[in-house]
Design a protein around this ligand. Structure first.
Ligand code: HEC
Length: 154
């Protein structure tokens, strides 16, 4: 008698679990978890972290780098249209010990001097004097030196 009663309770419980499980499956979202939503909103502009101790504004330098045509000869990862190959790739150029084939020590000052007047430092170089102001050269240096301090640009 007790066995029969227990069996009845167990059966009822099992049916209950089965019904709840079916309900859960039916209510779960039909969109696969791997599907990502494509947003059309503009990407938020990420401010660059400046390199410590380097004068100049990396944000302005990024703009000058494109405006002055550096992009036509140099590739820098993450800068639109910066796909030039006539000059060296400048992504993370700050990590190189020397600048140009002449081997100038790579310091912010030397890089600014170079950008202001390359033929004055290395006669015969292909890189022209692009008539940057001192401030523009400082900003571009700040931009190039900031690379190792920022997450990899796409
Ligand atoms: C006409 C092509 C050309 C343009 C435009 C140009 N460069 Fe260059 N750049 C070069 C070449 C070529 C070199 C290698 C110089 C050498 O060794 O003679 C160089 C070298 C450099 C270097 C040294 C890199 C290293 O690894 O030694 C820096 C920094 C640099 N350029 C920055 C700039 C910036 C900033 C601009 C824009 C204001 C610019 N360049 C525009 C061709 C160009």
């Amino acid at each position: 008698m007790l066995n029969g009663r227990l069996g009845q309770v167990a059966t009822t419980l099992l049916w209950g679990i089965a019904v709840v499980s079916i309900g859960l499956v039916a209510c779960s979202p039909s969109v696969p978890v791997t599907q990502t939503r494509v947003s059309t909103a503009p990407e938020p502009v990420v401010r660059l972290t400046p390199a410590p101790g380097v004068a100049g504004d990396p944000e302005r330098g990024r703009v000058t780098f494109a405006d002055k045509g550096c992009v036509t000869c140099h590739t820098v990862r993450g800068v639109p249209n910066s796909t030039g190959i006539l000059g060296p790739n400048l992504t993370n150029v700050a990590l190189r010990p020397t600048l140009t084939e002449a081997g100038f020590p790579n310091t912010p000052d030397q890089m600014a001097r170079w950008i202001l007047d390359p033929p004055a430092m290395k006669p015969g170089t292909i890189m022209p004097n692009l008539s940057l102001t001192d401030q523009q050269a400082r900003d571009v240096v700040a931009f190039l030196y900031s690379y190792p301090y920022n997450p990899p640009a796409r």
